[in-house]
Design a protein around this ligand. Structure first.
Ligand SMILES: [Zn+2]
Ligand SMILES: [Zn+2]
Ligand SMILES: [Zn+2]
Length: 249
């Protein structure tokens, strides 16, 4: 295992740019679904670069158990980032969890060596390492499930995927609602537009809590970052040269 691996726990919250309700970001993902308004929210790599890059740079100065909280304003989002440099403790048996034992690149679950409690792990996605080259392995985080190009499927808990039956306030016809239903549904019996009450809406879209998730960082941040910059510069120059060559033909 990489000798210089360091671990940071994150708790990230922001608000939905569409409806203004709280939005939790329980893992590194390019897009998440707002549970309040059911709209996908894009979290661009540049935003992740400020969220995790700042943390990773200051982590070099943090001692074990130390952390900080910051507010980042970027692209119309105000993001609160809590970050702790920590050893991880199993939520079941409360014994220390040795994350070094999980090889970088592992994609699946890993078990607490003491009690067998399982949790999720996956390698840092490529779009993330393109901005934070030291990001290496993700633990305890949600996964984003990519379906169609650029579209991220709702990774809502499937507890709410059973349809809920609701009586139309106009005609008392029974309407079947799922988490895909809009806030206003049109009654299939009397054609009235029915605005779903808050309680019902909340039941279809349970509010997610911000949870700690963890990232392993490895390698020399500054060295990797300048290598990345140099590579980008070379690619740019190469493209330029190719374009020039094409134009001269
Ligand atoms: Zn929203
Ligand atoms: Zn355990
Ligand atoms: Zn009706």
């Amino acid at each position: 295992m990489t000798a210089d691996a360091r671990y940071l726990a994150f708790k990230i919250k922001t608000s939905c740019p569409h409806c203004g309700n709280p939005l939790v970001v329980n893992g590194p993902m390019k897009s998440t679904l707002c549970t309040s308004c059911n709209t996908p929210v894009r979290l661009r790599p540049a935003m992740w670069s400020s969220m995790l890059g700042d943390a990773e740079r200051s982590a070099l100065k943090l001692s074990m158990g130390e952390g900080y909280a910051s507010q980042i304003m970027t692209r119309g989002f105000t993001i609160s980032v809590e970050c702790v440099k920590a050893n991880f403790v199993c939520t079941d048996c409360e014994q220390e969890w040795d994350l070094d034992a999980v090889a970088t690149g592992t994609d699946g679950t890993f078990k607490c060596p003491h009690c067998g409690h399982e949790s999720d792990t996956y390698p840092a996605p490529g779009w993330l390492t393109a901005v934070i080259p030291t990001a290496s392995q993700v633990f305890f985080a949600e996964r984003s499930v990519a379906s169609k190009e650029g579209q991220i499927a709702a990774d809502l808990n499937d507890a709410s995927s059973k349809p809920i039956v609701f009586s139309c306030p106009q005609c008392a016809g029974s309407l079947k609602l799922t988490k895909e239903s809009g806030r206003t549904v049109s009654c299939s019996f009397c054609d009235a537009d029915v605005y779903l009450p808050d309680g019902l809406w909340a039941k279809l879209h349970p509010v997610k809590k911000a949870e700690h998730w963890c990232m392993r960082f490895a390698g020399d941040y500054h060295a990797l970052k300048s290598a990345l910059k140099a590579r980008k510069r070379r690619e740019k120059e190469q493209k330029k040269a190719e374009k020039k060559a094409r134009n001269e033909q």
